[in-house]
Design a protein around this ligand. Sequence first.
Ligand code: ADP
Length: 227
Amino acid sequence: MQSGLELKGISKQYSEGGNQVTALDDVTLSVAPGEFVAVVGPSGSGKSTFLSVAGALLKPTDGQVYLNGHDISALPDKALSRVRLQEIGFIMQSSNLVPYLNVLDQLLLVKKMSGKVSPEDKTFAVTLLEELGLGSKTKRFPEELSGGEKQRTAIARALVNDPNVILADEPTASLDTKRAHEVVQLIAQEVKHRNKAAIMVTHDERLLDYCDRVYRMEDGRLTLVSR
Ligand code: ADP
């Protein structure tokens, strides 16, 4: 059984005003645990659609998505929601933190959504926050954090359920260069340390050195540009 995330022959068509738009055209990609893969490409090339299919938010028109060898593209919606919550950590462009929860509670909310919160869960959440340099900020609210601290909280939140897969969609879009490097370096560090299969969509070519492989999306087709 292949572990990690595997997309095989993925196509996605949208119908728009009676026309068919091909957003993804026969895309195949495997990401093993501990691998950090970047996807670059112009606007409209299919990157968001690709990440939505990889994250089980959108069903492909054709092809399969395998998570640790199981075809998740065939699962019913309820099972898919469970897979998303347990097995996939999302890091978005803006951190999307809940304004009235402190940093630690942002993480515990995610744990609560999947069941009861144990003392071990809390210890793990604090460990993650310490790893991400937020050990002294656990009681802070989002409005008291810098942009980089918010994104670091979002990284910790993506990891708190110990998912197999991390998907990051332009995670540095709202950050200056220094913070952008810090945030991507931390994602790379966690991917290696915690053995996650990770994909990052980015416009920022300066951040690609942190990734193991770089792919380019163009007109819905994915090609390897460097490794
Ligand atoms: P990117 O993230 O690289 O900007 P997208 O995945 O958003 O690219 O879009 C790929 C193509 O699919 C574009 O031509 C876009 O217009 C089209 N598209 C995306 N979402 C939809 C949708 N919900 N309905 C119709 N067309 C869509």
